[in-house]
Design a binder for this molecule. Structure first.
Ligand code: UT7
Length: 332
């Protein structure tokens, strides 16, 4: 029998309606539209307001509806759901169970995967392993976050960056030479002091004190994280390129996590890849953590052709980082 490959057969996405502009952020922290555009590259980002809906499973449900419209499938044929998120609806039950119920995926099991901004590429690697093992043929990967609920609106180091969004991809078994080819994934837990949300876990369970100390918001040492993000994403892309015996010219698309336009440009420059090969939509949607990479695929789906070589790369809290190399399986 031919080797089984895991291929993405469709992309869906959803961003909430509310557009939070730089001007609005400037009304509650000392910043400006000019600073945010120049230093981060964001013009506006989407925020989930309670009037529209609540919980990341709401965004996932909408993204699955979008996937269904473009690439129809029978929900009963989905066997597994891997949901990458750091902002599940609840600590338990997991968001994957809620989505399976809402989307009628009665035959699927599922779980949440916590790897912060690298969640999508970690989840894709899990889906790939399930499929190439022969155990499952159809795995739904969901990645998204509602970062607005863990963003400190008094902290100008984080509040201009974070946003809410969700993307989904269907990953299916194929005997053709396509789909996921390789991955390089890493964690380094020696960095908690630089990027964290300390409250609400088993070390600092929610209390009046954790709330008063603003421990239920994400905090980062921006400069340190910036540098580490650039070198980590560039190095793992280089490693993928080297060990698959390809050149930069063989790559059609680099899809980086969208944390800061200057990070993206620095990664492209280190890789010596022109920016027209790099997917960027941070200016419209900000940093939705696990959501950014599938949201780029969603935004660019019409432009990606069957056979295109694509490298996805991410960096986030943990630290977690890595790259996934794949051959795109369809043209829209
Ligand atoms: O996705 C998770 C991983 N996160 C990331 O990858 C984010 C990585 N970090 C960053 O994107 C950037 O470090 C930030 C956007 C957070 C900050 O940008 P920066 O260019 O590194 O700014 P900085 O911290 O070096 O600060 C430069 C100046 C400082 O003023 P002084 O000391 O030079 O007078 C800051 O106080 O800019 C000031 N500043 C701001 N000014 C206006 C910092 N934040 C702001 C702001 N508006 N929002």
């Amino acid at each position: 029998m031919d080797k089984i490959h895991a291929v993405i057969t469709g992309v869906g996405g959803y961003v909430p309606d509310y557009k939070l502009t730089n001007e609005e952020i400037s009304t509650y922290v000392d910043t400006s539209d000019e600073w945010i555009q120049q230093r981060i590259g964001i013009k506006e980002r989407r925020i989930l307001k309670p009037e529209e809906g609540i919980g990341v499973s709401y965004l996932a449900e909408k993204a699955i509806e979008d996937l269904q419209r473009k690439h129809p499938f029978d929900p009963l044929t989905v066997e597994a759901i891997v949901f990458a998120t750091s902002t599940p609806d609840y600590i338990l039950p997991n968001a994957a169970s809620l989505v399976a119920h809402k989307a009628g995926m009665k035959n699927a099991f599922g779980f949440d995967l916590s790897a912060a901004c690298s969640g999508f590429i970690f989840a894709l690697d899990v889906a790939n392993a399930y499929i190439v093992s022969g155990k499952y043929k159809k795995v739904l990967v969901i990645a998204g976050d509602v970062l607005s609920v863990v963003t400190d609106t008094l902290d100008r180091n984080t509040c201009p960056i974070f946003s809410d969004a969700c993307g989904v991809v269907m990953v299916e078994a194929s005997e053709k030479e396509e789909g996921i080819i390789d991955s390089v994934l890493h964690v380094d837990g020696d960095s908690v002091e630089n990027l964290h949300m300390l409250g609400g876990g088993s070390v600092h369970p929610a209390s009046h004190e954790t709330v008063n100390q603003r421990m239920h918001f994400i905090w980062q040492n921006g400069k340190v994280v910036f540098k580490k993000a650039v070198t980590s994403m560039a190095d793992t892309c280089e490693e993928i390129i080297r060990r698959n015996n390809i050149t930069k010219d063989d790559i059609r698309w680099i899809v980086p996590h969208q944390a800061n336009l200057r990070i993206i440009e620095a990664v492209a420059s280190r890789l010596d890849v022109p920016l027209d090969k790099v997917m960027v939509n941070i200016e419209k949607y900000g940093n939705s953590s696990a959501g950014t990479i599938p949201l780029c695929l969603w935004d660019w789906e019409k432009h990606i052709r069957k056979g295109d070589n694509v490298i996805l790369t991410a960096f986030g809290a943990g630290y977690t980082w890595g790259a996934v190399y794949l051959k795109w399986g369809y043209s829209s």
